[in-house]
Design a protein around this ligand. Structure first.
Ligand SMILES: Nc1ncnc2c1ncn2[C@@H]1O[C@H](COP(=O)(O)OP(=O)(O)OP(=O)(O)O)[C@@H](O)[C@H]1O
Ligand SMILES: [Mg+2]
Length: 642
């Protein structure tokens, strides 16, 4: 489909990648991964023909239809969500126009008309709406949102609309730049299943290894200016890399030993004229020995720590009967909430529940419609917005942007060394904000928080766009942070490691859980951990069967009752099946969460890792048993209905 030959790309003296040759074939599901700023999004721009390469060529198959999901960018459309998703691309629109024209001209009996219909059918246009609705629901849209104008939606939901559109159409090739960035857990899981079953071809950039593992069959790694495509998912790539590394290490040992021997020989005999030829010979051999360099893992960000902040009073923020509505829609009504020193609060809840609104009101970006928010003694607030351009100016340089965050004068050298921690080296600090990669922007905002750290930090999805090193460095820093934190994050690893308090926001109400993610999940699980419904149903089943018709019952009455009992049982079966299916899904979620935590764990808390590992092994068995219960129920249902 696409062939890349000897491709190189430089930006003012910096080489992103060099001499890359690879091809993309139909049916490949490729995961593209690599550190922030390595050039992944740039590669997409080149494949799309939006950007020139410095050297080399990209050949695209003729008439290749590429669907592209950019990393940021809002998209402008006057349509509603469903209209947009079903509106088709230029080819479909042209065909539809032609169809209408032929109809108008009374040529609906002609062969061309037949061809047009046939082509539209191949493109799956007839069950478009149905597919669109399914995909939109999967991505978390409620039915009433289907008909909302896109312009009304937040950036995150606009991206979802675009993603839905790409998934509904039969594109030849999809280029997806971090599609999970704006998705919550449920939508992520849905997308994972969708892409795993997807029949087409795609290249997907992602930093989420677990996600990549589940959906890809090829991997492209972009690192240190090199790009390599390997067969298999990320796990397979890592295994292969491990084998190569071991092989290299062994060879290096052999070569090092040889070199030492030769050097010893030349040292010992270099002064003896009768050995001069032999010494010369050995020196040549040393020169000819391979220089084996083991790849060092380069960290894309160094660990950083928040310097001590000025302590605030015990009470950090108090919301007093706060109400907030947008137009006619009430998001909060009379909300009361206290936040106290040292709390690291994670706001959870479905999309659109008002988490960002709450955070924005705390940050002072939005004013409550009614009520007030009071801050405690010496509280100083800092805000990391999900919409970066709220807090970054596109035309400033990186250095100026950082300087804008300090009140007192800070030496340029100090700022540059801080920027170095976040991987802005040398001339990088003079780059304009607008050319930064997604992850680089996130890093810059963090650097701004760090240079003069506030004691109350509000974060809206801080790990979005960050690579694995970035997420780990951030996690460690916020674990140690002494101030108070209130954040929204769909990165379960980050939430688990950082939060010590969870606030659930739903339907304008909040519920506080004074513990971390595990505690919260435990409490939530408690809700349906009651005796297995399937067992209960067996009991009631027996009850029904044992019910002996009383002697005085007429036959008709008996039949009526049996019929009623059967209907009752059918509805029970339906509920139980739904319950069991939910349990299977919950286990899926748990398994994804735990696998993610494991994949990011860096050697600490061995006990926990062991527990997680054991649980992960257990889950498929549990799911199998649940599935068996479901099929038993289905059989029973069929026998009743039959
Ligand atoms: N017009 C430009 N001028 C100079 N440098 C640029 C320009 N555009 C991009 N860059 C730089 O090129 C590098 C690669 O950017 P790119 O967006 O491709 O990274 P990425 O791999 O997608 O990273 P991320 O994981 O953060 O999204 C970055 O360091 C970026 O700052
Ligand atoms: Mg990118």
């Amino acid at each position: 489909m696409i062939t890349i030959t000897n491709l190189s790309k430089n930006f003012t003296g910096r080489t992103l990648f060099q001499d890359v040759t690879l091809s993309i074939f139909p049916g490949e599901k490729i995961g593209l991964t690599g550190p922030n700023g390595s050039g992944k999004s740039t590669l997409f721009s080149i494949l799309l023909g939006e950007m020139e390469s410095t050297e080399g060529r990209v050949q695209r198959q003729k008439n290749l239809r590429i669907g592209y999901l950019p990393q940021e960018v809002r998209f402008h459309s006057q349509r509603t969500v469903l209209e947009e998703v079903t509106s088709g691309d230029s080819r479909i629109r042209a065909l539809l126009d032609e169809k209408h024209q032929l109809e108008d001209e009374g040529r609906a009996a002609g062969t061309r008309y037949g061809d047009v219909l046939q082509e539209l059918e191949v493109l799956g246009i007839y069950d478009l709406e149905h597919r669109a609705e399914k995909v939109l629901s999967g991505l978390g849209f409620e039915e009433q949102d289907f008909h909302r104008p896109i312009l009304e939606l937040s950036g995150g939901w606009q991206m979802r609309t675009l993603l839905a559109k790409l998934l509904v159409y039969p594109y030849d090739l999809l280029l997806l730049d971090e599609p999970t960035n704006y998705l919550d857990l449920n939508a992520t899981l849905w997308l994972k299943d969708f892409l795993a079953a997807y029949q087409g071809t795609f290249v997907m950039i992602s930093h989420d290894r677990i996600f990549l593992n589940d959906v890809t069959n090829y991997t492209i790694i972009l690192e240190n200016g090199q790009m390599a495509k390997v067969k298999g998912n990320y796990e397979a790539y890592e295994a292969q890399k491990g084998v190569e590394q071991k092989h290299l290490e062994r060879r290096k040992k052999v070569v090092d030993k040889k070199r030492k021997q030769l050097e010893r020989f030349t040292r010992r005999f270099h002064a003896q004229p009768n050995r001069a030829a032999a010494v010369r010979n050995k020196r040549k051999m040393i020169e000819r020995l391979d220089d084996i360099e083991l790849q060092q893992d380069v960290k894309s960000i160094r660990d950083f720590e928040f310097p001590p902040t000025r302590e605030s009073g015990y009470m950090v923020a108090a919301l007093n009967a706060v109400s907030k509505s947008y137009g006619g829609v009430k998001v909060y009504d009379g909300l009361c909430l206290d936040m106290t020193k040292g709390q690291k609060i994670c706001l959870v809840g479905p999309n659109g529940a008002g988490k960002s609104t709450l955070l924005k009101m705390l940050a002072g970006v939005l004013k409550p419609t009614k009520g007030e928010i009071k801050f405690g003694h010496k509280v100083k607030c800092g805000y990391f917005s999900q919409t970066r351009l709220d807090v970054l100016s596109p035309n400033r340089s990186v250095l100026d942007e950082l300087a804008s965050a300090v009140t007192a004068s800070v030496a340029a050298a100090q700022m540059r060394s801080l920027l170095g921690l976040f991987n802005f080296h040398g001339d990088d600090v003079f780059k304009l904000v607008k050319v930064l990669s997604g992850g680089e922007k996130s890093r810059l905002i963090l650097a701004k928080l760090l240079i003069d750290p506030p004691n109350f930090i509000l974060l809206d999805e801080p790990t979005t766009h960050l690579d694995l090193d970035g997420v780990q460095a951030l996690t460690r820093a916020f674990q140690k942070y002494q101030g108070t934190l209130c954040f929204i994050s769909h990165d379960l690893f980050f939430v688990k490691e950082v939060a010590n308090h969870i606030i659930e926001v739903e339907g304008g109400r909040i519920r506080s859980y004074p513990g971390g993610l595990e505690y919260y999940l435990e409490k939530k699980r408690g809700g349906f951990a009651a005796p297995s419904k399937a067992q209960e149903s067996q009991k009631s089943d027996k009850r029904i069967r044992r019910e002996k018709p009383r002697a005085e019952n007429t036959r008709a009455q008996r039949e009526r009752e049996q019929h009623k009992a059967a209907l009752r049982r059918l509805s029970q079966i339906k509920n139980e099946t739904a319950q069991l299916q939910k349990q299977i899904k919950d286990l899926d979620t748990e398994s994804y969460v735990k696998a993610r935590v494991l994949s990011n764990a860096y050697g600490k808390d061995k006990q926990l890792l062991k527990e997680y590992g054991a649980r992960l092994k257990e889950i498929p068995g549990l799911q199998r048993r649940l599935a068996e219960q479901i099929s038993a129920l289905n059989e029973e249902r069929d026998s009743i209905q039959g």
